[in-house]
Design a protein around this ligand. Structure first.
Ligand code: UN1
Length: 508
């Protein structure tokens, strides 16, 4: 049984962290309540922006873009670098706020801030590497080249579960690309957003960049609709549910805006007969129960070879029995709360559906610590054996439920991996290289992330992050994702003094 902090203690810690970061008490004492999932109590209040405010914010970001796009990219990098230094300095404070608002355990909250620092490093380097290609022209005395230019205002919509990292993935690259940003964070995690934005504001001021190049709007989706609808927002980068993606994608497409969508994940791991089960066990438990099952990369489906299924399931259940569940602020806690009651209700419904579809709950699933925190929702991570990959396994339930099915042939396991509508992350545990390669091949996993001997979650920022099918197709953070934040221009320069037409066309 863990010790529970009082809501007041959490609020005090958050206030102190905000003080150090430089966020005034006024900014966090508005009429819209901010709750902590740790106790369910209210820790602050914020003001809500109206649709008019959002419109004005887009206008300011658009005006700032006119100047920012002229600033040389490496100089833009200097702003991002300073932001990164402040993130290093206030890492602990930001992590405290993330823990309070999202319920993450401290090492995961600090890890999330580390992702911000990492993407900043990458973006600063990238600011000197916005390479365009030069290719031979088919005509004499001509040069043919591609140039990358700033795009415009980027609208960033983020989810509660990674309240700061996903914003940083987008913002660090958008800023070095010469774009300006308007951010709509999830309503549950507004303090994390205010703190992150305050650190960026400080960096902007210190390096003398245009103050309006970042705009934070604390608005619900109705008030923030302009981010999706307004032509001035050239790219909308949105992380959230498939339902949200279905709603916004047609609107953005109708105005020929760009969309970068990071929607649901329903990630699977295959465990082959040759797998190192000790290693697989650790990988599975972190990926399935870590962050209380609230990552888009969380492991939700385990596809285990029949020959090792019983042993592995027993060992997972045993390991689950040792996981410390409770207030993330208590030493040793590994599994914190679900974000709210709706999330708990969805978890309960999924378990009922699983049982109805023939599943057997091996362990977990029940609500715990209700006496200690009546308004918070802690659950025991569940393992459910399913007779087949039925409907409930095709849906993403944002809670720690791990469904297990078995297979005999690798081809069937890969088919199960790919059968669901989502396509974010996937993994195989095997010591058979040919099996691993088949899983990674063109006819293997259809996901944006495919791993070998490592779980589905916890990706590094260096590789592009995102997934296929209902996951939305977007890629953000590392690799060459910077290109989506820029527009490409192809330039043909004629220094021949003649005017030969391409493809040998003859005219005047
Ligand atoms: C998310 O859950 O929205 O790979 C992002 C991971 C993290 C990011 C998850 N680096 O689990």
């Amino acid at each position: 049984m863990t010790n529970f902090p009082t809501t007041d203690e959490i609020a005090r810690n958050v206030r102190e962290a905000l003080d150090r970061i430089g966020v005034s008490a006024e900014a966090t004492t508005g009429p819209v309540a901010v709750h902590t999932p740790i106790t369910g109590g209210q820790i602050a209040g914020t003001f809500a922006n109206t649709a008019e405010d959002v419109d004005a914010a887009i206008g300011r970001a658009d005006a700032a873009f006119r100047g920012w796009r002229e600033v040389p990219a490496p100089v833009r990098g200097a702003l991002v670098k300073r932001w990164g230094e402040l993130l290093v300095e206030y890492k602990q404070d930001l992590a405290v706020i993330v823990t309070a608002e999202a319920g993450k355990i401290p090492s995961e909250a600090a890890g999330e801030v580390q992702e911000m620092i990492d993407i900043v490093d990458l973006a600063v380097g990238q600011s000197r590497q916005l390479y365009g290609k030069t290719m031979p022209s088919e005509r004499p005395g001509h040069r043919l080249a591609e140039t990358w230019h700033p795009l415009g205002v980027v609208g960033i919509i983020t989810a509660f579960n990674f309240p700061v990292a996903v914003y940083a993935w987008n913002t660090a690259l958008a800023l070095i690309a010469g774009d300006t940003v308007v951010w709509k964070p999830a309503e549950a995690v507004r303090l994390s957003a205010i703190a992150t934005d305050a650190l960026l504001a400080r960096a902007v001021e210190e390096v003398g960049a245009p103050a309006d190049l970042h705009q934070l709007v604390l608005a619900d989706r109705h008030a923030a609709a302009a981010i999706v609808e307004d032509d001035r927002v050239r790219l909308v980068s949105a992380t959230g549910s498939v339902r949200m993606g279905r709603e916004i994608a047609p609107t953005i497409a109708a105005r020929f805006g760009r969309a970068l969508l990071e929607l649901g994940g329903n990630n699977a791991a295959i465990v082959a007969p040759s797998a190192d089960l000790d290693l697989a066990l650790r990988g599975i438990v972190f990926a399935a129960a870590g962050t209380a099952g609230q990552r888009c990369t969380t492991l939700r489906r385990l596809i285990v070879h029949t020959s090792v299924a019983d042993e592995l399931v027993e060992r997972i259940a045993k390991a689950y029995g040792t996981l410390a569940i409770g207030a993330p602020t208590s030493e040793g806690t590994l599994v914190g709360p679900l974000i709210n009651r709706a999330s708990f209700d969805a978890q309960q419904q999924a378990l009922r559906d699983a049982v109805e579809q023939g599943g057997t709950v091996v362990c977990g699933g029940e609500r715990v610590l209700e006496d200690a925190a009546a308004d918070a929702f802690y659950v025991q991570p569940a393992v459910v054996r399913m007779p087949a990959q039925s409907q409930v396994m095709h849906e993403e339930t944002f809670a720690p439920i791990l469904y297990v099915v078995t297979y005999d042939e690798l081809a069937d396991a890969i088919a199960l991996n790919n059968e669901v509508p989502q396509g974010l992350s996937s993994a195989i545990f095997t010591q058979d290289q040919a099996e691993a390669e088949r899983f990674l091949s063109a006819s293997g996993s259809d996901c944006g992330i495919s791993n070998v001997n490592i779980g589905t979650s916890g990706a590094e920022i260096g590789g592009a992050f995102g997934g296929e099918k209902e996951t939305g197709g977007g890629r953000e953070s590392g690799s060459d994702s910077w290109k989506i934040y820029m527009r490409q221009a192809t330039n043909t320069i004629n220094y021949s003094g003649e005017l030969p037409l391409a493809q040998g066309v003859e005219f005047i």
